[in-house]
Design a protein around this ligand. Structure first.
Ligand code: SS9
Ligand code: ZN
Length: 343
Protein backbone atom coordinates (compact mmCIF):
# COMPACT_ATOMS: atom_id res chain seq x y z
CA UNK A 1 0.00 0.00 0.00
CA UNK A 2 1.35 3.43 -0.96
CA UNK A 3 1.54 6.01 1.83
CA UNK A 4 1.21 9.69 0.93
CA UNK A 5 2.95 11.94 3.46
CA UNK A 6 4.20 15.52 3.69
CA UNK A 7 6.87 16.65 6.15
CA UNK A 8 5.11 20.06 6.10
CA UNK A 9 2.65 18.67 8.68
CA UNK A 10 5.21 19.77 11.30
CA UNK A 11 4.57 23.42 10.39
CA UNK A 12 1.38 23.19 12.43
CA UNK A 13 2.13 22.97 16.10
CA UNK A 14 -0.55 24.04 18.58
CA UNK A 15 0.92 25.96 21.55
CA UNK A 16 -1.65 24.26 23.78
CA UNK A 17 -5.30 24.12 24.71
CA UNK A 18 -7.55 24.94 27.63
CA UNK A 19 -8.36 21.80 29.60
CA UNK A 20 -10.78 22.63 32.38
CA UNK A 21 -9.12 25.76 33.82
CA UNK A 22 -5.61 24.86 32.80
CA UNK A 23 -3.64 25.62 29.67
CA UNK A 24 -2.07 22.26 28.79
CA UNK A 25 0.27 21.02 26.02
CA UNK A 26 -1.61 20.09 22.85
CA UNK A 27 -2.68 16.47 22.41
CA UNK A 28 -2.58 16.85 18.63
CA UNK A 29 1.16 17.19 18.02
CA UNK A 30 3.72 16.60 15.24
CA UNK A 31 5.19 13.45 16.83
CA UNK A 32 1.95 11.69 15.95
CA UNK A 33 2.61 11.75 12.21
CA UNK A 34 6.33 11.06 12.60
CA UNK A 35 5.69 7.92 14.66
CA UNK A 36 3.07 6.64 12.22
CA UNK A 37 5.53 7.19 9.36
CA UNK A 38 8.27 5.36 11.29
CA UNK A 39 5.94 2.39 11.76
CA UNK A 40 4.95 2.40 8.07
CA UNK A 41 8.66 2.08 7.26
CA UNK A 42 9.33 -0.47 10.01
CA UNK A 43 6.72 -2.93 8.72
CA UNK A 44 7.59 -2.23 5.06
CA UNK A 45 4.02 -1.22 4.22
CA UNK A 46 5.14 0.09 0.82
CA UNK A 47 6.35 3.19 -0.99
CA UNK A 48 6.11 6.55 0.78
CA UNK A 49 5.65 9.53 -1.51
CA UNK A 50 4.91 13.23 -1.29
CA UNK A 51 1.65 14.89 -2.35
CA UNK A 52 0.86 16.79 -5.54
CA UNK A 53 -0.18 20.39 -5.02
CA UNK A 54 -3.86 20.99 -5.83
CA UNK A 55 -5.41 24.38 -6.68
CA UNK A 56 -7.59 26.20 -4.12
CA UNK A 57 -10.60 25.30 -6.29
CA UNK A 58 -10.24 21.69 -5.05
CA UNK A 59 -10.73 23.00 -1.50
CA UNK A 60 -13.68 25.28 -2.26
CA UNK A 61 -15.64 22.35 -3.73
CA UNK A 62 -16.18 21.43 -0.08
CA UNK A 63 -15.34 24.55 1.92
CA UNK A 64 -16.55 28.15 2.05
CA UNK A 65 -14.04 30.51 0.41
CA UNK A 66 -14.30 32.69 3.54
CA UNK A 67 -13.06 29.83 5.73
CA UNK A 68 -10.19 29.02 3.38
CA UNK A 69 -9.04 32.64 3.20
CA UNK A 70 -9.33 33.04 6.98
CA UNK A 71 -7.10 29.99 7.51
CA UNK A 72 -4.61 31.52 5.07
CA UNK A 73 -4.48 35.02 6.57
CA UNK A 74 -5.67 34.82 10.19
CA UNK A 75 -2.24 34.71 11.75
CA UNK A 76 -0.92 37.53 9.59
CA UNK A 77 -3.87 39.68 10.68
CA UNK A 78 -3.35 38.60 14.29
CA UNK A 79 0.31 39.72 14.17
CA UNK A 80 -0.58 42.96 12.40
CA UNK A 81 -2.75 43.79 15.43
CA UNK A 82 0.41 43.57 17.54
CA UNK A 83 -0.48 40.22 19.07
CA UNK A 84 1.97 37.39 19.71
CA UNK A 85 1.37 33.63 19.84
CA UNK A 86 -1.25 31.74 17.87
CA UNK A 87 -4.69 32.97 16.81
CA UNK A 88 -7.44 31.48 19.01
CA UNK A 89 -11.18 32.14 18.64
CA UNK A 90 -13.12 33.00 21.77
CA UNK A 91 -16.63 34.09 20.82
CA UNK A 92 -19.25 32.27 18.73
CA UNK A 93 -22.62 32.85 17.05
CA UNK A 94 -25.18 31.25 19.35
CA UNK A 95 -28.89 31.02 18.42
CA UNK A 96 -30.31 34.48 17.91
CA UNK A 97 -27.08 36.03 16.65
CA UNK A 98 -26.30 36.86 13.02
CA UNK A 99 -25.24 33.85 10.98
CA UNK A 100 -25.98 35.62 7.67
CA UNK A 101 -23.23 38.20 7.96
CA UNK A 102 -19.49 37.56 8.20
CA UNK A 103 -17.98 39.80 10.93
CA UNK A 104 -15.37 42.31 9.77
CA UNK A 105 -13.28 42.05 12.94
CA UNK A 106 -10.72 39.21 13.12
CA UNK A 107 -11.97 37.89 16.49
CA UNK A 108 -15.50 37.90 15.11
CA UNK A 109 -14.38 36.07 11.98
CA UNK A 110 -12.37 33.47 13.95
CA UNK A 111 -15.53 32.73 15.95
CA UNK A 112 -17.82 32.83 12.93
CA UNK A 113 -15.79 30.14 11.14
CA UNK A 114 -15.11 27.84 14.11
CA UNK A 115 -16.86 25.88 16.85
CA UNK A 116 -14.26 25.41 19.59
CA UNK A 117 -11.29 27.08 21.24
CA UNK A 118 -8.80 24.20 20.99
CA UNK A 119 -7.77 24.68 17.38
CA UNK A 120 -5.31 27.58 17.10
CA UNK A 121 -3.77 29.01 13.93
CA UNK A 122 -0.02 29.74 13.96
CA UNK A 123 2.15 31.63 11.46
CA UNK A 124 2.86 28.43 9.51
CA UNK A 125 -0.34 26.44 10.13
CA UNK A 126 -1.70 27.13 6.66
CA UNK A 127 1.20 25.33 4.97
CA UNK A 128 0.51 22.22 7.08
CA UNK A 129 -3.26 22.45 6.56
CA UNK A 130 -2.82 22.75 2.78
CA UNK A 131 -0.28 19.90 2.72
CA UNK A 132 -2.68 17.67 4.68
CA UNK A 133 -5.47 18.37 2.16
CA UNK A 134 -3.03 17.72 -0.70
CA UNK A 135 -2.08 14.38 0.88
CA UNK A 136 -5.75 13.30 0.96
CA UNK A 137 -6.43 14.55 -2.59
CA UNK A 138 -3.31 12.81 -3.92
CA UNK A 139 -4.28 9.54 -2.23
CA UNK A 140 -7.80 9.77 -3.70
CA UNK A 141 -6.32 10.40 -7.14
CA UNK A 142 -4.19 7.27 -6.85
CA UNK A 143 -7.28 5.22 -5.99
CA UNK A 144 -9.16 6.79 -8.93
CA UNK A 145 -6.21 5.69 -11.05
CA UNK A 146 -6.65 2.06 -10.01
CA UNK A 147 -4.76 1.59 -6.73
CA UNK A 148 -6.57 -0.87 -4.47
CA UNK A 149 -5.78 1.09 -1.33
CA UNK A 150 -3.75 4.14 -0.33
CA UNK A 151 -2.87 5.57 3.08
CA UNK A 152 -3.20 9.35 3.34
CA UNK A 153 -1.04 10.13 6.38
CA UNK A 154 -2.82 13.42 7.03
CA UNK A 155 -1.96 15.84 9.80
CA UNK A 156 -3.66 18.01 10.98
CA UNK A 157 -6.75 15.79 10.97
CA UNK A 158 -10.01 16.80 9.28
CA UNK A 159 -13.25 15.08 10.27
CA UNK A 160 -14.49 17.80 12.66
CA UNK A 161 -14.13 20.53 10.02
CA UNK A 162 -17.38 21.45 8.27
CA UNK A 163 -17.94 23.41 5.08
CA UNK A 164 -17.57 26.69 6.99
CA UNK A 165 -16.15 25.82 10.39
CA UNK A 166 -12.90 24.56 11.88
CA UNK A 167 -12.49 22.98 15.34
CA UNK A 168 -11.56 19.75 17.11
CA UNK A 169 -7.94 20.06 15.91
CA UNK A 170 -9.29 20.08 12.32
CA UNK A 171 -9.22 22.88 9.73
CA UNK A 172 -10.12 21.37 6.35
CA UNK A 173 -12.00 18.10 5.99
CA UNK A 174 -9.44 15.82 4.33
CA UNK A 175 -11.82 12.83 4.08
CA UNK A 176 -14.55 14.96 2.47
CA UNK A 177 -12.03 16.36 -0.01
CA UNK A 178 -10.92 12.81 -0.86
CA UNK A 179 -14.53 11.66 -1.34
CA UNK A 180 -15.30 14.64 -3.58
CA UNK A 181 -12.17 13.96 -5.63
CA UNK A 182 -13.23 10.31 -6.15
CA UNK A 183 -16.64 11.54 -7.39
CA UNK A 184 -15.06 14.15 -9.66
CA UNK A 185 -12.80 11.43 -11.10
CA UNK A 186 -15.82 9.33 -12.05
CA UNK A 187 -17.11 7.44 -9.01
CA UNK A 188 -20.92 7.44 -8.84
CA UNK A 189 -21.11 6.77 -5.11
CA UNK A 190 -18.55 6.99 -2.30
CA UNK A 191 -18.96 5.79 1.28
CA UNK A 192 -17.14 7.41 4.19
CA UNK A 193 -16.62 5.11 7.16
CA UNK A 194 -15.48 7.12 10.20
CA UNK A 195 -13.98 4.91 12.93
CA UNK A 196 -12.44 7.72 15.00
CA UNK A 197 -13.52 7.77 18.67
CA UNK A 198 -15.18 11.16 18.15
CA UNK A 199 -18.16 11.80 15.92
CA UNK A 200 -17.10 13.28 12.58
CA UNK A 201 -19.50 16.20 12.81
CA UNK A 202 -17.88 18.09 9.94
CA UNK A 203 -18.12 15.17 7.53
CA UNK A 204 -21.74 14.53 8.49
CA UNK A 205 -22.72 18.18 8.04
CA UNK A 206 -20.97 18.45 4.65
CA UNK A 207 -22.85 15.52 3.12
CA UNK A 208 -26.09 15.65 5.14
CA UNK A 209 -28.28 16.59 2.17
CA UNK A 210 -26.49 14.44 -0.40
CA UNK A 211 -27.12 10.88 -1.56
CA UNK A 212 -23.90 10.39 -3.54
CA UNK A 213 -21.87 10.09 -0.33
CA UNK A 214 -22.98 7.72 2.43
CA UNK A 215 -21.53 8.74 5.79
CA UNK A 216 -21.28 6.09 8.53
CA UNK A 217 -19.90 7.11 11.93
CA UNK A 218 -18.97 4.85 14.88
CA UNK A 219 -18.15 6.98 17.91
CA UNK A 220 -18.61 7.83 21.57
CA UNK A 221 -22.17 8.87 22.47
CA UNK A 222 -22.42 12.67 22.18
CA UNK A 223 -24.46 12.66 25.40
CA UNK A 224 -21.12 11.81 27.04
CA UNK A 225 -18.47 13.00 24.63
CA UNK A 226 -17.22 15.79 22.38
CA UNK A 227 -18.59 17.18 20.06
CA UNK A 228 -21.77 16.89 22.22
CA UNK A 229 -24.04 18.64 19.72
CA UNK A 230 -24.12 16.21 16.79
CA UNK A 231 -23.73 12.48 16.23
CA UNK A 232 -26.93 11.03 17.71
CA UNK A 233 -28.65 7.97 16.29
CA UNK A 234 -31.65 10.01 15.08
CA UNK A 235 -29.75 11.92 12.35
CA UNK A 236 -30.63 10.08 9.11
CA UNK A 237 -29.79 12.81 6.60
CA UNK A 238 -32.10 15.40 5.06
CA UNK A 239 -33.90 15.88 1.75
CA UNK A 240 -32.14 13.90 -0.97
CA UNK A 241 -29.69 12.81 1.73
CA UNK A 242 -32.31 11.13 3.89
CA UNK A 243 -31.15 7.58 4.63
CA UNK A 244 -27.55 8.37 3.70
CA UNK A 245 -26.21 9.27 7.13
CA UNK A 246 -25.77 6.61 9.79
CA UNK A 247 -24.66 7.26 13.37
CA UNK A 248 -23.69 4.39 15.64
CA UNK A 249 -22.98 5.97 19.04
CA UNK A 250 -21.52 3.77 21.78
CA UNK A 251 -21.08 4.41 25.52
CA UNK A 252 -17.85 5.16 27.37
CA UNK A 253 -16.14 1.91 28.29
CA UNK A 254 -17.01 0.17 25.01
CA UNK A 255 -14.83 -2.89 24.36
CA UNK A 256 -14.11 -4.74 21.14
CA UNK A 257 -17.19 -7.04 21.01
CA UNK A 258 -19.65 -4.12 21.03
CA UNK A 259 -17.41 -1.96 18.83
CA UNK A 260 -17.05 -4.83 16.38
CA UNK A 261 -20.83 -5.32 16.23
CA UNK A 262 -21.24 -1.63 15.36
CA UNK A 263 -18.62 -1.93 12.62
CA UNK A 264 -20.39 -5.02 11.24
CA UNK A 265 -23.65 -3.03 11.09
CA UNK A 266 -21.88 -0.09 9.44
CA UNK A 267 -20.22 -2.36 6.91
CA UNK A 268 -23.57 -3.92 6.06
CA UNK A 269 -24.99 -0.48 5.33
CA UNK A 270 -21.97 0.39 3.17
CA UNK A 271 -22.36 -2.86 1.22
CA UNK A 272 -26.04 -2.10 0.54
CA UNK A 273 -25.03 1.34 -0.80
CA UNK A 274 -22.71 -0.35 -3.34
CA UNK A 275 -20.12 2.43 -3.47
CA UNK A 276 -17.35 2.60 -6.08
CA UNK A 277 -14.85 3.42 -3.34
CA UNK A 278 -14.61 3.83 0.41
CA UNK A 279 -12.90 6.58 2.39
CA UNK A 280 -11.98 5.46 5.92
CA UNK A 281 -11.61 8.27 8.45
CA UNK A 282 -8.97 6.42 10.44
CA UNK A 283 -8.80 7.62 14.02
CA UNK A 284 -7.16 5.30 16.53
CA UNK A 285 -8.26 7.19 19.63
CA UNK A 286 -10.52 4.19 20.38
CA UNK A 287 -7.38 2.65 21.93
CA UNK A 288 -7.62 1.78 25.64
CA UNK A 289 -4.71 4.03 26.66
CA UNK A 290 -5.82 7.12 24.72
CA UNK A 291 -5.46 10.10 27.07
CA UNK A 292 -8.66 11.90 25.99
CA UNK A 293 -10.91 8.95 25.12
CA UNK A 294 -12.93 6.24 26.84
CA UNK A 295 -13.09 3.17 24.59
CA UNK A 296 -11.03 0.07 25.31
CA UNK A 297 -9.69 -1.34 22.02
CA UNK A 298 -6.33 -3.13 22.09
CA UNK A 299 -3.57 -3.42 19.48
CA UNK A 300 -4.89 -6.60 17.88
CA UNK A 301 -8.38 -5.17 17.46
CA UNK A 302 -7.02 -2.63 14.98
CA UNK A 303 -5.72 -5.51 12.85
CA UNK A 304 -9.15 -7.17 12.99
CA UNK A 305 -10.76 -3.83 12.07
CA UNK A 306 -8.62 -3.64 8.91
CA UNK A 307 -9.60 -7.20 8.01
CA UNK A 308 -13.30 -6.42 8.34
CA UNK A 309 -12.95 -3.32 6.15
CA UNK A 310 -11.17 -5.43 3.52
CA UNK A 311 -14.24 -7.68 3.31
CA UNK A 312 -16.04 -4.81 1.59
CA UNK A 313 -13.84 -5.59 -1.44
CA UNK A 314 -13.81 -1.90 -2.41
CA UNK A 315 -10.94 0.41 -3.29
CA UNK A 316 -10.09 2.31 -0.11
CA UNK A 317 -8.49 5.60 0.87
CA UNK A 318 -7.42 5.53 4.52
CA UNK A 319 -7.31 9.10 5.82
CA UNK A 320 -5.52 9.61 9.14
CA UNK A 321 -7.63 11.37 11.79
CA UNK A 322 -7.20 11.22 15.60
CA UNK A 323 -5.22 9.12 18.07
CA UNK A 324 -3.44 10.66 21.05
CA UNK A 325 -1.71 7.73 22.76
CA UNK A 326 1.33 8.91 20.86
CA UNK A 327 3.78 6.16 21.80
CA UNK A 328 1.39 3.53 20.44
CA UNK A 329 -0.18 5.44 17.57
CA UNK A 330 2.10 3.94 14.91
CA UNK A 331 1.34 0.35 15.84
CA UNK A 332 -2.41 0.98 16.09
CA UNK A 333 -2.76 2.90 12.82
CA UNK A 334 -0.54 0.58 10.80
CA UNK A 335 -2.24 -2.52 12.28
CA UNK A 336 -5.44 -1.42 10.51
CA UNK A 337 -3.54 -1.15 7.22
CA UNK A 338 -1.73 -4.49 7.53
CA UNK A 339 -4.98 -6.12 8.68
CA UNK A 340 -6.60 -4.77 5.50
CA UNK A 341 -3.67 -5.89 3.32
CA UNK A 342 -3.34 -9.38 4.76
CA UNK A 343 -6.93 -10.46 4.38
C1 SS9 B 1 -9.92 17.13 25.50
C2 SS9 B 1 -10.88 17.96 24.70
C3 SS9 B 1 -11.08 17.39 23.38
C4 SS9 B 1 -11.35 18.04 21.05
C5 SS9 B 1 -11.12 16.64 20.67
C6 SS9 B 1 -10.89 16.51 19.20
C7 SS9 B 1 -10.49 15.14 18.77
C8 SS9 B 1 -10.19 15.07 17.34
N1 SS9 B 1 -10.15 17.22 26.89
N2 SS9 B 1 -11.35 18.37 22.43
S1 SS9 B 1 -10.04 13.47 16.64
ZN1 ZN C 1 -11.00 11.71 17.67
Amino acid sequence: MITVFSADHALHQSPGELLYSEFVPAFEKPERAELILARVREVGLGEVRGPESFPLEALTKIHAPGLVSLLMTAHEEWSAMGRTGAAYPYTWAARGMRADRVPKNLDGRLGFYSFDCGTPITATSWQAIKASADVALTAAGLVSGGAKSVFALCRPPGHHAGADHFGGYCFLNNAALAAQKLLDDGAARVAILDVDYHHGNGTQAIFYRRNDVLVVNIHADPDQEYPYMLGFADEPGQGAGEGFNVNLPLPWGTEWPAWRAALAAGIQRVTAFAPDAVVVSLGVDTFKNDPISHFLLEHEHFTLMGGMIAELMKPAVFVMEGGYAVAEIGVNAVNVLTGFNDS
